[in-house]
Design a protein around this ligand. Structure first.
Ligand code: SOE
Length: 387
């Protein structure tokens, strides 16, 4: 694994526990973790359960006792690490968004396509696909329970930078993160919208804002969502969006609205979705991740109404591995499901999803939204990744 901050920690937990919950065709071993600072990576290895640690990812990629490289670094290093790892014959799991630009994402897809010919697999870490309620919804939509999809309404709301004195962490610097709320959390709802509907966005119209233009420079390197600014620290420019909103149109004709913001005061980590189809509607809220609301419009009108499906039955995706019915799971389990699916795909020689090509399709939407917003909310087509 490369990187050991928030995402590195939650991925470590997934790798460490996946064999406890799932009967996998392979035993996962946590071989080595890589980070730039020797002392910090040594402490992380100890805390997170990795056998060894090192400070140069190139050495990690060159080791022949390693099968999979898990990339949990900021976006500016995804492309170079992923491409080198694939060329060295390592399977790759890369955190989202896949890259900081369409150009990098295309290079990663090319490297993944080439590696696939040698049986080397790759996937992007859009973990919310593995929320059981959302996997269930995907199955329901695929099975036609919602009929023809007309609307997707998606919002990912956070509030961790509403304080203007919150420091200028890497997530607020374009050269490191690629974009702000749009790429960090907007990418999740774009991926979910395309995954759940099995469709792709063909055009968008976007609006972005950076409410706080300058923030105190952090004293020590920090990326946390609860970092503290030093008193009287000089300020630097925020180079990403604090909030981005956009409208979109799907190839199949459905209309969509998206909102990604870090300024929704009081909304800590609220990912909300509603999908309306000709035969029914479904709604989801990450703060109640074990539930899916469903309205079946084929029922007699007098009996219709949204009902709550508690997604904790062994018949539900992933849930047979966990606790008895009614016993809920949480955020971290989505990552366990992610690595479970990856290991199964690798061992059974199948391509895991979301593939780098799926993630490129998200990157193309991010890019189109940025261009649209920069052009005063002009309608902007989204090309297909393989155009
Ligand atoms: C910060 O906004 C963040 O950690 C994202 O980077 C993750 O992808 C999301 O799952 C939670 O919030």
């Amino acid at each position: 694994m490369v990187g050991h901050a928030f995402m590195g920690t939650v991925h470590s937990q997934a790798w460490r526990t996946v064999n406890h919950a799932f009967d996998l065709p392979a035993q996962v071993e946590l071989a080595a973790v890589c980070g730039r600072d020797h002392e910090r990576v040594a402490a992380a290895a100890q805390r997170l359960g990795w056998d060894t640690h090192l400070t140069d990812w190139r050495e990690l990629v060159a080791r022949d006792d390693i099968d999979v490289i898990d990339i949990c670094t900021p976006g500016d290093s995804h492309a170079k690490i992923a491409i080198a790892a694939l060329e060295a014959g390592k399977h790759v799991l890369c955190e989202k968004p896949l890259a900081n630009s369409v150009e990098e994402a295309r290079a990663m897809v090319a490297a993944a396509d080439k590696a696939r010919q040698a049986g080397v697999r790759s996937a992007c870490g859009f973990n919310y696909r593995r929320v059981p309620a959302l996997s269930l919804l995907r199955n329901m939509i695929e099975g036609g329970r919602l009929g023809r999809i007309r609307h997707v309404r998606a919002a990912y709301l956070q509030d961790w930078i509403t304080d203007p004195d919150f420091p200028l962490v890497w997530r607020l610097r374009k050269e490191v993160a690629g974009s702000g709320a749009l790429g960090d959390i907007g990418a999740h709802i774009i991926d979910l919208a395309q995954y759940l509907t099995g469709d792709r966005l063909t055009g968008v119209c976007g609006l972005s804002e950076t409410f706080v233009k300058e923030r105190p420079l952090p004293g020590a390197p920090t990326g946390g969502l609860s970092a503290q600014g030093a008193d009287g620290a000089p300020r630097g420019e925020v180079t990403v969006d604090d909030a981005s909103l956009f409208l979109g149109r799907f190839a199949g004709g459905a209309l969509a609205s998206f909102e990604a913001t870090r300024f929704a005061t009081g909304r800590r980590n609220a990912l909300r979705l509603e999908i309306n189809g000709s035969l029914g509607s479904a709604a989801f809220d990450l703060e109640r991740l074990n539930e899916l609301e469903f309205l079946d419009a084929t029922q007699p009108v007098a009996e219709q109404g949204f009902r709550r499906i508690l997604v904790t039955e062994p018949e539900h995706p992933y849930m047979a591995a966990w606790w008895p019915p009614g016993h809920i799971i949480g955020y971290e389990h989505t990552f366990t499901h992610e690595v479970r699916d990856l290991v199964e795909a690798i061992v059974s020689e199948r391509d895991p999803r979301p593939s780098f090509a799926d993630a490129l399709q998200v990157q193309l939407v991010l890019d189109a939204v940025e261009r649209s917003a920069a052009a005063g909310s002009a309608w902007t087509p989204v090309p297909a990744g393989d155009d």
